[in-house]
Design a protein around this ligand. Structure first.
Ligand code: MG
Length: 411
């Protein structure tokens, strides 16, 4: 295991949520956009949860509108209660630059601070750990400031007179980039740049922190941004993001497994997590549960992540005689981690003996217990192979499985 990063090599976070959202007409509730709900939680919670679950996250400073920071409205107080002790709340200023500077000053006061800071607009809730890793890695490589950018795909026209109907010209989009946040910096460098700008008359024209760092001579490194990290500016942006995030697709996967009966071992044998008496035991590195192994492979198949041998290699001593229900638990947790759910599991056991019928309900209950599914979403079937082949000769037992998953739609 790599050792945990030392605290000063972490990335502190300033989360800017002090904007009043002039272009976002609040819904009937009058709730500012950063506290609007996206799926089951507020936009700001999406950001905070992503930062807090990232292993290299340092301190988090949340910058709110001054009236709100000093006297949290009850609904917002409730939304932020889960973060008490982990997130410092401070008041923003009249401009974005002033809010960021307030955050940097607050960090500078802290006894223990990180070498790096990322400044992020709370209006971009779909933040990935991959992007945070890339920002941090650029800073580790010596970048003074690093920002995520994306190409421009629309044709862009520039107004050539006050009346756009009267005159405009096409701008070469290949020379343009869209800039996102978080933007990450060496903390001392961005603090100094903001302090120098604090009294500048044109500070309102600085729309992001990289501009401010650059005005102070810092070199900005570019990394590839993330299309999902869209900014919510207008109410329609939030509606579109809600629709995007609720789009799921159905995927199926199949699994197959065989284990051989042993002349040296006696039963019981494990099938679908249930111990069943049998004169012969099974040859296997783990407990040899063909039902569970086939189900795991079906789930991994639908996820597209590999097979059971990839996650639990028989070459590793720790899986010797392992109870296979932990493999199924892992597979089922992987579905949750991917933001999906299991719709249905179906397994067919192929053997002449033991008879499966008397254990079918127990097996369904056990599979339901391990996966957290209702047993109505689980099917256990059995067949013989009419005395044909290796299963017919009772040399081994086989299982086939199908898993049906609902997963977030991807490209
Ligand atoms: Mg197996």
């Amino acid at each position: 295991m790599p050792s945990a990063p030392s605290s000063n090599a972490r990335l502190d976070i300033i989360l800017l949520a002090a904007g009043t959202g002039q272009r976002f007409s609040p819904e009937a509730s009058g709730v500012p956009k950063q506290f609007q709900k996206l799926q089951q939680k507020s936009i700001i919670s999406h950001c905070l949860d992503q930062f807090l679950s990232w292993p290299e996250c340092g301190k988090i400073i949340l910058v709110l509108p001054p009236d709100m920071a000093n006297d949290l409205p009850p609904a917002i107080k409730d939304a932020l209660a889960a973060y008490t002790g982990r997130v410092a709340i401070i008041a923003g200023g009249v401009s974005r630059a002033e809010s960021a500077l307030n955050g940097l000053i607050e960090l500078d006061r802290a006894e223990e601070k990180s070498r790096y800071v990322a400044i992020h607009d709370a209006a971009r809730p779909r933040l990935s750990h991959r992007l945070l890793d890339a920002l941090k890695s650029a800073l580790d490589d010596g970048a003074e400031g690093v920002i995520p950018v994306l190409p421009v795909s629309d044709t862009i026209r520039q107004k050539t007179s006050d009346n756009p109907m009267a005159g405009s010209r096409v701008v070469d989009r290949n020379s343009l980039m869209r800039v996102q946040t978080p933007q990450a910096f060496q903390t001392g460098r961005i603090l100094a740049a903001h302090q120098k700008l604090a009294n500048a008359e044109n500070k309102a024209s600085f729309t992001d922190d990289a501009m401010i760092a650059e005005a102070d001579g810092a070199k900005i490194t570019l990394i590839t941004g993330d299309e999902a990290l869209k900014k919510i500016t207008y109410a329609e942006d939030l509606t579109a993001m809600r629709q995007e995030m609720s789009q799921m697709e159905t995927r199926t996967g199949s699994g197959y497994d065989v284990h051989k009966f042993s002349d040296e071992k006696t039963g019981p044998i494990m099938i679908c997590g249930i111990a069943i008496p049998h004169p012969k035991g099974l040859l296997a590195h783990s407990d040899g549960d063909v039902g569970l192994h086939a189900l795991c492979d079906a789930i991994f198949g639908a996820l597209g992540t590999g097979d059971i041998g990839h996650f639990f290699p028989p070459s590793e001593a720790r899986w010797k005689k392992a109870a296979s229900d932990q493999f199924l638990k892992f597979a089922s947790d992987s579905v949750k981690e991917a933001g999906g759910r299991i719709i249905h599991l179906d397994v067919t056991l192929i053997c002449e003996r033991p008879k499966i019928g008397p254990y079918r309900e127990q097996m369904k209950d056990r599979l339901a217990e391990v996966t957290g599914l209702a047993s109505s979403r689980i099917s256990v079937k059995a067949t013989t192979s009419e005395g044909l082949g290796f299963t017919g000769r009772q040399e081994g037992i086989a299982a086939m499985a199908q898993a049906t998953l609902s997963l977030p739609a991807t490209e």
